[in-house]
Each structure stands twice: as structure tokens, then as C-alpha cells.
Design a binder for this molecule. Structure first.
Ligand SMILES: Cc1cc2nc3c(=O)[nH]c(=O)nc-3n(C[C@H](O)[C@H](O)[C@H](O)COP(=O)(O)OP(=O)(O)OC[C@H]3O[C@@H](n4cnc5c(N)ncnc54)[C@H](O)[C@@H]3O)c2cc1C
Length: 379
């Protein structure tokens, strides 16, 4: 094990989250994956345990914890048996609400953050558009100034919680040109003029990934989040945390896959001996264990730096880059070791492989991570 960034208190939280996941989420994973939906009440169950507000101040109903508490939740959610469920809760806690916490007025925090922590209002972060993903500055959704606020027109693509969300933390153009100095964030309530539909996808089945259309949606002045035309800064501000969370989720998922596959390989025999006694398969498992350990070391190093307030762009970017493709490769190896069973639903490795494929794409693609690293390294 690398030097753990966690204290005994964080480990106690881990035990309680692990019990919650095993008792209340894991048993429903198949049902929710089949339904391509998990009930909204799940958010309230999380909230009752304080798990939607671990890092948020108590004055808004949070637990007053730190980033490491949240990191424990991200790792443990990997045990729930559904990447989509982990993604839906993760998007609410880790990408939709942090900008409100960091940039919101007290009134905005009371109106959005507090009910989000109570599990009563579900949030989504709406940045990506049909014609702008990696090129964040290229978004086109337009907010036109009118008396008392803005009128928003445009569309957003691939938005996690996009269908179920009660509010959207939405990136819009507030100048004609948009770009780095012409974007702002608006808190947009679900209302007439906001149309959301689910998009079918390879994995994350329990999560609703939405295509959202805004048609003449009025957003009042007081719903501007942060400063006008400084939205690009706000987008960048949470990227490190989002990417770190993805790295932690991948480490958690690789651990689950390793444990599951070792148990299977010890039990299953071929040519008169357990699979683990065949050198080629044993080597595959040692490769997985090594990849997992390396991914965890890099991720915990980035987490420790980030939690200490250091500029950890390089370490976080490397952690995101190294863990996401590795996680998918690990799932593929584990699936192969399961043989035909790996292709079957019952063993859940096929789902884990499908769910892991999003990693090198979401939260900034592997190619974009390399571009960032190229700059940080002065190449
Ligand atoms: C399941 C799912 C959930 C998501 N949830 C959300 C969400 O909640 N909120 C949200 O706002 N977004 C969300 N996204 C969007 C996600 O962040 C984008 O899909 C991602 O950033 C990539 O953007 P894109 O799909 O437009 O691909 P593009 O930007 O069109 O990229 C296409 C390909 O070109 C490569 N490429 C692009 N530019 C360069 C370059 N300069 N150099 C080299 N290669 C490059 C990319 O790496 C990629 O391989 C989600 C996506 C998915 C699939």
C-alpha cells in the first residue's frame, strides 16, 4: 500500500459507506441497470446518512468534512455494482454542486446547495454541446440580456442526470463572440422551455445521460453564478477535482475487478488445476495487481497534494490519464480470465468493462490530458 492520505476518521467513514453500499445499493444494481434508471429516492437515502454533503459547510446542511471524505465516497461507490449509479450520484455531488459552493452567493447556496445536500433537488452540470466538447470555449448556447435577467437558447449534450435534474449549472455565451472571455454560468431551473431526453449508450445504464434543449428560457439576474463573462475560469476551477474523482473511481473499480477475478480463478479449474496455477493466467493477475498498485500510488499522491492546496495540475492530469485507460484494460483482462462466463451478465465483468470505457473520454479525453501535460511540461 502507498502512504495513505486518510486518517482513522476517514477509514471509519469508509466502513459506514461500505455497509450502506452493500445493504442499500448493491442488491438493486441489476434491477436499476435493467430499468436504465435508479429511483430519485436514492439521493434521499444518501442524504439521510450525510453522504451528499461530506465536504460542505454545516450551515448548508453539510458534514463540514474535507476533500478526503469525498474521496472515500468515490472509491467506495465503485462497489455498488453499477457505474451509472455511481456516476449519477457523483455528478450531483462532485460536478454540479461544487461550483455553487465555491462561487455562489449565500442566497444561491440556500436555494440550491442546501436542498441538494438534503437530496431534495438533483443537480446536473451542463457544459458539453453537440458541437463543443473538448473545445469548451466553443460553446454556442446563448444567453441574451433582457430586463431583469437573460433569455437562454441552445442545447447541451451528454449531460449526466440530464433528465432527472431539477436544476442545471449551465455554461452559456453572454457575449456575441463567447470564448474564454465571453462565457458565464447560470443556474437554470427545470421549467417550460427546458426539454430533456435520454440518450442510449454503451455503459452506465442506470444513469440518465441527457440531451437538453433550452428554448427561450428566462433566467433571472440573481441566477448568475460567479461573475459575468468569467465562466471559463469557473469551468477550469472544478476540473482538477472532477479528474481526481475519476481516478479514484477507477482505482476502486480495478480493486473490485481484481478481487472478483482472483476469487473466480482460484475456484475455476482447467486441465486439472485452478486457473491461478497456470502461469500465463497468474502473470495476467500479477499485471493487474501491479497496474492497480501503480494507479493507486499516482492517484493518492495527486489527492494528497490537491487536498493540501498545492497546485497539482500535473499530478492530477497524470492520475486521470494513467488510470482511465488502465481501468478499461484491466476490465478486459479480467473478462478474458473469466472465459465465456466473462461475456455473460451474471458475472458482471462485462458491465464493468462497458462502464470503464467512458473513463478515457469523460471529464476531458486522454488526448486532452496529454495536451495539458504537454503545456505543463513545457514541451
Ligand atoms: C456518458 C457521458 C457522460 C457525460 N457527462 C457530462 C456532464 O455531466 N456534463 C457535461 O458537460 N459533459 C458531459 N459529458 C461530455 C464529455 O465531457 C465529452 O464527451 C468529452 O469532453 C469529449 O467531448 P466530445 O464528446 O465533444 O468529443 P470531441 O471534443 O469532439 O473529441 C473527439 C475526439 O477528438 C479528440 N480531440 C479533440 N480535440 C483534440 C486536440 N486538440 N488534440 C487531439 N485530439 C483531440 C478527442 O480526444 C476525441 O478523441 C459526458 C459524456 C459522456 C459520454
Amino acid at each position: 500500500m502507498p502512504e495513505l492520505p486518510f486518517t482513522d476518521e476517514h477509514e471509519e467513514l469508509r466502513e459506514s459507506i461500505r455497509r450502506f453500499v452493500a445493504a442499500e445499493l448493491r442488491p438493486h444494481a441489476n434491477e436499476w441497470e435493467d430499468a436504465h434508471w435508479f429511483p430519485d429516492e436514492v439521493f434521499q437515502r444518501f442524504a439521510e446518512h450525510g453522504f451528499l454533503g461530506l465536504k460542505y459547510p454545516q450551515e448548508y446542511g453539510g458534514e463540514g468534512g474535507d476533500y478526503l471524505h469525498e474521496a472515500v465516497l468515490a472509491e467506495e461507490l465503485a462497489r455498488c455494482g453499477s457505474g451509472g449509479l455511481a456516476a449519477g450520484v457523483g455528478a450531483h455531488v462532485n460536478i454540479a454542486t461544487p461550483p455553487i459552493w465555491k462561487f455562489g452567493t449565500d442566497e444561491q447556496k440556500q436555494r440550491y446547495l442546501a436542498p441538494a445536500i438534503r437530496g431534495e433537488a438533483i443537480g446536473a452540470l451542463a457544459i458539453t454541446e453537440p458541437d463543443a466538447g473538448s473545445d469548451v470555449a466553443g460553446i454556442r448556447t446563448q444567453a441574451r440580456r433582457v430586463d431583469g435577467g437573460w433569455v437562454v437558447n441552445g442545447s447541451k449534450m451528454f449531460i449526466t442526470n440530464g433528465v432527472r435534474a431539477h436544476f442545471y449549472v449551465t455554461a452559456v455565451k453572454t457575449t456575441g463572440e463567447g470564448g474564454h472571455h465571453g462565457l458565464s454560468f447560470l443556474l437554470v431551473d427545470k421549467q417550460d422551455g427546458v426539454k430533456a431526453s435520454a440518450i442510449e449508450k454503451l455503459g452506465w445504464h442506470a444513469s440518465d445521460t441527457g440531451l437538453i434543449a433550452f428554448e427561450d428560457v428566462f433566467v433571472p439576474e440573481e441566477s448568475l453564478l460567479g461573475r459575468e463573462n468569467e465562466g471559463f475560469y469557473l469551468i477550469m476551477a472544478n476540473f482538477q477535482w472532477e479528474r481526481l474523482l475519476m481516478a479514484l473511481g477507477a482505482v476502486g473499480a480495478m480493486q473490485v475487478a481484481y478481487d472478483k477475478t482472483v476469487a473466480f480463478a482460484r475456484e475455476r479449474t482447467a486441465f486439472g488445476k485452478p486457473l491461478t496455477k497456470h502461469q500465463a493466467l497468474r502473470h495476467k493477475l500479477t499485471d493487474v495487481a501491479t497496474t492497480l498498485h501503480a494507479g493507486r500510488c499516482v492517484t493518492y499522491d495527486a489527492l494528497r497534494r490537491f487536498a493540501a492546496g498545492e497546485d497539482a495540475v500535473k499530478e492530477v492530469t497524470m492520475a486521470k490519464l494513467v488510470t482511465q485507460r488502465a481501468c478499461f484494460d484491466v476490465m478486459d483482462t479480467c473478462l478474458q480470465i473469466h472465459g465465456g462466463a466473462g461475456y455473460m451478465r451474471e458475472y458482471e465483468i462485462e458491465r464493468m468493462a462497458r462502464d470503464a470505457r467512458l473513463g478515457p473520454i469523460g471529464g476531458g479525453t486522454d488526448e486532452i490530458m496529454k495536451e495539458i501535460l504537454g503545456k505543463v511540461l513545457g514541451l
